[in-house]
Design a protein around this ligand. Structure first.
Ligand SMILES: Cc1cc2nc3c(=O)[nH]c(=O)nc-3n(C[C@H](O)[C@H](O)[C@H](O)COP(=O)(O)OP(=O)(O)OC[C@H]3O[C@@H](n4cnc5c(N)ncnc54)[C@H](O)[C@@H]3O)c2cc1C
Length: 396
């Protein structure tokens, strides 16, 4: 057993969420403690962060999620100033396209419309469109079956998720945060606190606070502390395809009623869908579900975009959502019975855009014992204990 070191904060996982927490703590003048980020995979090859589709939107059904993503947009807009080190920063490459939600059922359209009111109240410039307006704005779409749609503003769009992670990490390291290539194997809990973090290498680290930023493996960390966490890995395959007749209009991130989504990705198009059998998979399962494209996605693409009748998949990759089975919403804040273990988990497919606000929120909780900016109390761990869902309906 190697010597016991001590850090004020230990982040378990150093991809986008762990790095965001480390970044905001180390940027906060009121926090002067030491920060260790334990991350076994410095290539991030298997992290969700490098397997995402890198989009950001304001169109959520819960005001708190709208505010969280709006801060994400602000952070991305000021990315260089936020993360620069010696005048350099990674290129975030934001492209504003909006998100377009299509509807062909009246009850679904009613939900889109009532959520639009809620989103507008939060300052989101969303618009309801009738089929004729959809046709005018997006003439490549077949609107025959549509009853209407909801379109977001161009402050929604896509960006380079790798750059977001690298920018946060580089600046955090510049600020004095230590990244250690190791894996957390166990936790010692005594008196309602995590007192030690045990690493695979045999090193033990004493700690003030611990942040669970282990992505789809978050439940394994919660288990080590004896806490329940309803977060499981769910397979999601991404496909990039070519179309021989390119579309000369904006192709927003378009979500069909069947649960298929697509958008332009430079000279190609990117797509994915909710699998028909959406169940927990093994933690290491990053397999591509190739059949999904042919059986589930392609027919839907061709239904709404006749040009997509002829397409060719050029690349694909497997990924996992860290899926919160209680309410498809993130869990942030301390565990009730282990009060220095902070959750930042269960993003259910929107954690890249939420990372800046969540990192800042975790930093506020650790530094001040309360939120100072966005109040995310409704997303806390208490609802997990009491099994009281706080459901986000707009999960893509
Ligand atoms: C197909 C797909 C599309 C997506 N599209 C979007 C999108 O368009 N917009 C959006 O906002 N989000 C999207 N997401 C979700 C987003 O990728 C995730 O929510 C986000 O990356 C989560 O970041 P994270 O840091 O929590 O987890 P991860 O990136 O998975 O990182 C977790 C890290 O924890 C480390 N770790 C695990 N166990 C341990 C341990 N025991 N000890 C130490 N370290 C450990 C891992 O090595 C890993 O690096 C998508 C996800 C997928 C799969």
């Amino acid at each position: 057993m190697q010597a016991l070191e001590r850090y004020d904060v230990v982040c378990i996982g150093g991809a986008v969420v762990g790095s965001a927490a480390a970044y905001f703590l180390s940027e906060n003048a009121d926090f002067d403690g030491s920060i260790l980020v334990v991350e076994p995979d410095s290539s991030y090859e298997n992290a969700q962060t490098t397997r995402a589709q890198n989009s950001i939107r304001e169109q959520f059904s819960k005001p708190v999620n709208i505010r969280i993503s709006q801060f994400g947009m602000e952070f991305i807009n000021n990315f260089h100033a936020n993360v620069e080190v010696k005048g350099e920063s990674p290129l975030i490459n934001f492209r504003g396209t909006g998100y377009l939600f299509l509807s062909e059922q009246q009850d679904h359209l009613d939900v889109l419309a009532s959520d639009a009111v809620l989103q507008q109240a939060e300052g989101a410039a969303v618009r309801m469109l009738d089929p004729a307006q959809v046709s005018t704005e997006f003439p490549y779409l077949n609107t025959e079956t549509l009853l209407g749609a909801r379109m977001g503003s161009l402050s929604e769009g896509s960006f380079d998720g790798w750059a977001l992670l690298q920018g946060l990490r580089q600046r955090a390291e510049h600020n004095g945060v230590t990244y250690l290539a190791d894996r957390v194997a166990d936790l010692t809990v005594a008196g309602g606190q995590v007192t030690e973090v045990h690493l695979e290498s045999g090193v033990r680290v004493a700690c003030g606070a611990v942040v669970n930023a282990a992505g789809s493996r978050a439940k394994l960390i919660a288990d080590m502390a004896g806490l329940g966490l309803p977060v499981e890995p769910r397979a999601r395959t991404s496909f990039v395809f070519d179309c021989p007749t390119p579309i000369d209009y904006n192709v927003p991130l378009t979500v069909t009623p069947e649960g298929v989504h697509f958008r332009r990705e430079q000279n190609h198009y990117m797509t994915g869908a909710v699998p028909v059998e959406d169940e927990a998979v093994e933690y290491d399962d990053l397999d591509v579900r190739r059949d999904e494209f042919d059986e589930l996605i392609w027919p839907v693409l061709a239904k709404y975009v006749p040009q997509f009748d002829r397409v060719k998949v050029v690349t694909s990759w497997g990924g996992q959502y860290a899926y919160n089975t209680l309410d498809h919403n993130l869990v942030i804040g301390p565990g009730s019975e282990v009060s220095n273990l902070y959750f930042a988990n269960g993003f259910s497919g929107h954690g890249l855009q939420q990372a800046p606000a969540v990192g800042r929120g975790v930093a506020e909780l650790i530094t001040y014992g309360q939120y100072r900016t966005i109040d995310m109390t409704s997303l806390g761990y208490e609802r997990i204990v009491s099994k009281s869902p706080f459901t986000e309906n707009v999960v893509i």
